[in-house]
Design a protein around this ligand. Structure first.
Ligand code: PLP
Length: 335
């Protein structure tokens, strides 16, 4: 177990469930599909950030922090899970959210408010560009703030997904052993970096296929480089030396749609199809787009019928309640 020795603060319910997608597989007529349910990780509606926060909050507590500061979009799942984790540990939480305060809070923002965090609106950006201001303010007030990285994607956040693969390996016997592919939404890179490093360290035959959901991911740098660096840094933190190059990385840029957080026909179809065939809810920003990517890959012949493809559900469904106007429910096919 590579991650066993690292300090970890229990925040969620693990292992998350793993099961088949029988009806979706039949409808598509392609490879056998499976799903890993990190949407059921249990912390205030769950999601992939809960895994990362178990390591990040352990670090914050070890450093004697009394406040957690992080940033994201107004409907950030990372911010909602961070707010819940901070509440659970009795820490103050400050969120820098992109945009302006809406008249009425919905979805994740409503939950942020219920969870009692302090919200700082940052018009024009959503990745913590104004973080130092809030830090200075807290330090002046005598607090010990700790910055949880954007999307929880530090070396610590990434290696949570090495642990996630260890968890998956321990439960996959019921589903017939290793998977040929794992498909998931990639955005701040921690999930991707951790799964890639985990597959390497555990010697898995699995292709780690990230669907890029944010054109601006990576900021100034190419997103791919950012993921490769994160994998190497997470390895270093585990005390192993691993190097990764562009050829090790599968990052599909073919489903970026109209931009971050904009729901298009592909996302609407994917969300509706999984809901109607399996009774599982995806989110409008990440998993809806990643599932659109999976559907596109299946229909485009990227897999063989004998392949066993795992979709990693990274959570996010609370955002559905803020996206009613974009989900076009009036267009659902008649029963
Ligand atoms: C943050 C998030 C992702 C992306 O994970 P990263 O590790 O940031 O790349 C995917 N899905 C959901 C629902 C998320 O909240």
């Amino acid at each position: 177990m590579f991650t066993q020795k690292l300090p970890r603060q229990s925040l969620g319910f693990f292992p998350t469930p793993l099961h088949r997608l029988q009806r979706l597989s039949a409808v598509l007529g392609g490879p056998q599909l499976f799903i890993k349910r990190d949407d059921q990780s249990g912390l205030a509606f769950g999601g992939n950030k809960t895994r990362k926060l178990e390591f990040i909050l352990a670090d914050a507590l070890a450093q004697g922090a009394d406040a957690i500061v992080t940033a994201g979009a107004a409907q950030s799942n990372h911010c909602r899970q961070t707010a819940a984790a901070a509440a659970r540990m009795g820490l103050e939480c400050h969120l820098l959210l992109g945009g302006h305060a809406p008249q009425q809070a919905q979805g994740n923002l409503l939950l942020d408010q219920l969870l009692g965090c302090h919200i700082h609106w940052t018009p024009g950006h959503r990745k913590g560009e104004d973080l130092n201001q809030v830090l200075r303010y807290l330090q002046k007030a005598g607090r010990k703030p700790y910055v949880a990285p954007y999307g929880g994607s530090s070396d610590l956040g990434a290696l949570a997904f090495v642990g996630a693969l260890e968890e998956l390996r321990a439960q996959w016997a019921d589903c017939g052993g290793p998977f040929t592919h794992i498909v998931f939404a990639s955005s701040s890179g921690g999930t991707h970096a951790g799964l890639m490093l985990g597959a390497r360290l555990l010697g898995l035959p699995t292709k780690i296929v990230g669907i890029n959901i944010d054109k601006g991911a990576g900021g100034e740098r190419p997103f791919a480089e950012h993921i490769l660096d994160l994998s190497e840094q997470a390895a270093t933190r585990l005390g192993v030396a691993e190097s990764f190059s562009r050829g090790d990385l599968i990052l599909d840029d073919g489903y970026l749609g109209e931009g971050y957080g904009v729901v298009g026909d592909a996302e609407r179809e994917a969300i509706g199809l999984l809901a109607r065939t399996e009774g599982i809810l995806l989110d409008p920003v990440y998993t809806g787009r990643a599932m659109a990517g999976l559907l596109g890959l299946v229909r485009g012949g990227a897999f063989q019928a004998s392949d066993r493809v795992l979709f990693w559900h990274t959570g996010g469904a609370p955002a559905l309640f803020a996206y009613g106007d974009q989900l076009g429910l009036g267009d659902a096919p008649p029963l």
